[in-house]
Design a protein around this ligand. Structure first.
Ligand SMILES: C[S@@+](CC[C@H](N)C(=O)[O-])C[C@H]1O[C@@H](n2cnc3c(N)ncnc32)[C@H](O)[C@@H]1O
Length: 227
């Protein structure tokens, strides 16, 4: 660990990339997006320690989706539908969000929450390995969003990039991995995750077919636009 790293972080097990005070300020700006079901979903995440994207990242996903007028989104790793809520809002009544998750209980919870939010009719939620669901789903997507177990990130990128339209987006959460990608010899919660995310990020930034940027909010969200 160098001087700058040790000044920022006493332990090597990660940190929050953006100062929490700044994120809290940003959060005060977006209260217009409050829907009662979001508070319920966020409370469930807090109680179960379930890793959903937060409100700011959700609004970022919604904004990106609207910016490119996306109508067809594929999610790798949907959990119980929090990130899908933002995509579903953004694609509008005629749009479709194909969700995938290995846990059938997550599908049941997603149905409950997203029905309450009146967007369940825009969702197709498939239970299974996300890679298999993707392979069994035809067509090209406006957005592929990746939030599965981090060791799979390079594999998901290689699959997804082939099936994004020109002008479409690949988006992935946790690409700063609590800063571990920037630390030497960082401690791993799941062995190999940091290396996999670093490889994933390198692959994207070296891909001539995509323009990419990392938004550092929460845990880092990468957006790569296909040329
Ligand atoms: C970080 S959570 C997803 C959170 C969700 N995107 C959100 O922000 O609301 C990751 C989810 O992916 C699922 N998962 C992880 N690896 C998977 C895989 N290869 N195939 C299917 N589901 C997977 C887990 O069951 C978990 O629910």
């Amino acid at each position: 660990m160098n001087d700058i790293q040790s000044a920022v972080i006493p332990e090597s097990d990660g940190f929050i990339p953006v100062n929490p005070v700044v994120e809290a300020y940003m959060r005060t700006l977006v209260t217009h997006s409050d829907h009662p079901v979001l508070a319920e979903m966020e409370e469930f995440a807090r109680l179960r320690n379930f890793p959903i994207v937060n409100r700011l990242a959700g609004i970022f996903l919604e904004t990106q989706t609207k910016m490119i007028n996306a109508k067809r989104v594929f999610e790798f790793g949907s959990g119980y539908g929090y990130s899908a809520y933002w995509f579903a809002r953004a694609v509008g009544a005629g749009g479709r969000v194909i969700c995938s998750d290995a846990d059938a209980n997550n599908r049941m919870r997603a149905e409950k929450y997203l029905s309450a939010a009146d967007v369940w009719q825009r969702i197709e939620f498939c239970v299974g390995l996300a890679q298999d669901v993707f392979a069994q789903t035809d067509g090209i997507f406006d957005i592929c969003y990746n939030d599965v177990d981090k060791g799979y990130y390079p594999e998901i990128w290689r699959m997804a990039k082939q099936r994004i339209r020109s002008g479409g987006l690949y988006i992935a959460d946790n690409v700063l991995w609590h800063g571990r990608v920037a630390l030497q010899g960082s401690h791993e919660t799941v062995r190999g995750s940091t290396e996999a995310i670093m490889e994933h990020n390198r692959l994207i930034f070296n891909d001539q077919d995509f323009d990419a940027f990392i938004n550092p909010i929460r845990d880092g969200v990468i957006v790569a636009r296909k040329k």
